[in-house]
Design a protein around this ligand. Sequence first.
Ligand code: SF4
Ligand code: SF4
Length: 149
Amino acid sequence: MAKQKSAFWKIKSLSEMNDAEWESLCDGCGRCCLNKLENEDNGDILYTDVACKLLNLKSCRCGDYHHRVKRIPGCLVLSMAHPEYFMLLPDSCAYRRLHEGKLLPHWHPLISGTTDSVHLAGISIAGKCISEQYLHPEELEDRIIEFND
Ligand code: SF4
Ligand code: SF4
């Protein structure tokens, strides 16, 4: 059995984590890389199944992570400098969960020990989305989805 990492996320706040710890919180679901719309009536964030053109649709990883901000102006860089961004993330996201005082779920790679668990639990968007390259922006409203978890 693989040696379990110390559960730093239980003893440190988000602002106390080092870069490696912070990055390891990302489960690789890819949900935050889906195009979003805002409900004009109540401000709710509505997710679509249309992914950013830089997202690798199989691995759910960014195709150019280090240059993402230059290439995609709307890409959010998460940090404690902008805690308001956490509310734009899906409920399942580890950053949002920890920010809200919740635990990491059983399928999170830091708990399960494998990134496969995110796909097996149906959390990742692999195989469930299309790239924005193949869609006109006006079609986004027809692509709204809900996450059932
Ligand atoms: S939603 Fe959260 S956990 Fe999923 S890819 Fe985005 S930052 Fe990572
Ligand atoms: S640039 Fe990369 S991290 Fe940002 S939304 Fe696109 S795929 Fe996701």
